[in-house]
Design a protein around this ligand. Structure first.
Ligand code: SF4
Ligand code: SF4
Length: 262
């Protein structure tokens, strides 16, 4: 998800689709380009993508990150990006691509669901408000864009089961947006605080061990119902993780957890 800051959020960036835009697209196993778009990708994974994929694969977040991702730092951001590693094979296929298509289809990442639509968030610096925008960007080889079936963005999101992903990613983008400023006071994102923040967003099994195995619950007050929920529920734990990043890095208060008074 792109974060775009504009002085006037009523203006759309170049190429963005108006809210009522309709695009023509259809994809099915009969197209000559079937699966070509699942090769050699810069496929960004967001925290909710990792939850869905690690459950699908039946592995811990630790192992998922070790086996399946590359972590990179872009110039414009002080928080690392997580990309799905492509297989070390000719044409670099996605590791989840099988001869019959996507082997993790029901849990495929948000970017795959939305494709060939890309989603971004516009931040209006003056009001502090954000809103989603979309771009229709099929690659040249994509035959689907030559089909006649018409979609609004909303209909596409519903059809692809992307609404829940969109909501989670919009929340993540609010946190990520904060990292356009450098909070690390010289130690960089690979310092201790940076590693803790990365864990709270992407390595939830490790974060759970940290919450229940350290002095965390002596330092932060959390409703007992939520405390019990996050023992097993990764989606709830992610909410706590993101709130904690905002609190301990940026000092932003949260209704989910409050520091105990010293
Ligand atoms: S390139 Fe386009 S039409 Fe071809 S498989 Fe991918 S999404 Fe479908
Ligand atoms: S996760 Fe599935 S849809 Fe996405 S690139 Fe891999 S094989 Fe293709």
């Amino acid at each position: 998800m792109k974060c775009i800051e504009l002085d006037d959020s009523r203006k759309l960036p170049e190429g963005a689709m108006p809210d009522d835009a309709v695009f023509a697209f259809d994809c099915n196993p009969g197209v000559s380009c079937f699966n070509r778009c699942c090769h050699n990708l810069n496929l960004f994974l967001y925290p909710y993508d990792v939850i869905r994929l690690k459950h699908r694969l039946g592995i811990s977040s630790d192992i998922f990150l070790e086996r399946h991702v590359d972590v990179v730092l872009r110039d414009s951001c002080y928080f690392p990006e997580v990309l799905l590693s492509m297989a070390e094979l000719p044409d670099k296929p996605c590791p989840f691509l099988s001869p019959s298509g996507c082997s993790v289809y029901e849990d495929r990442p948000e970017a795959c669901r939305m494709f060939p639509v890309e989603q971004g968030v516009i931040y209006d610096a003056a009001s502090g408000r954000s809103r989603k925008i979309h771009f229709f960007k099929p690659p040249e080889f994509c035959q689907g864009a030559r089909e006649q079936r018409q979609w609004s963005v909303d209909a596409w999101i519903q059809d692809q089961g992307a609404a829940v992903y969109n909501r989670k990613t919009q929340r993540w983008s609010e946190v990520k947006y904060l990292f356009q400023s450098d909070p690390w006071a010289g130690e960089g994102p690979n310092g201790q605080r940076g590693k803790m923040a990365f864990m709270a967003a992407y390595n939830l099994d490790q974060f759970r061990d940290f919450v229940f195995g350290s002095s965390f619950l002596k330092r932060y007050k959390m409703a007992s119902a939520l405390r019990e929920k996050i023992r097993k529920d990764d989606v709830e734990l992610l909410k706590v993780g993101l709130a904690w990043i905002e609190l301990f890095i940026w000092g932003k208060p949260s209704p989910l957890l409050r520091p105990f008074k010293k």
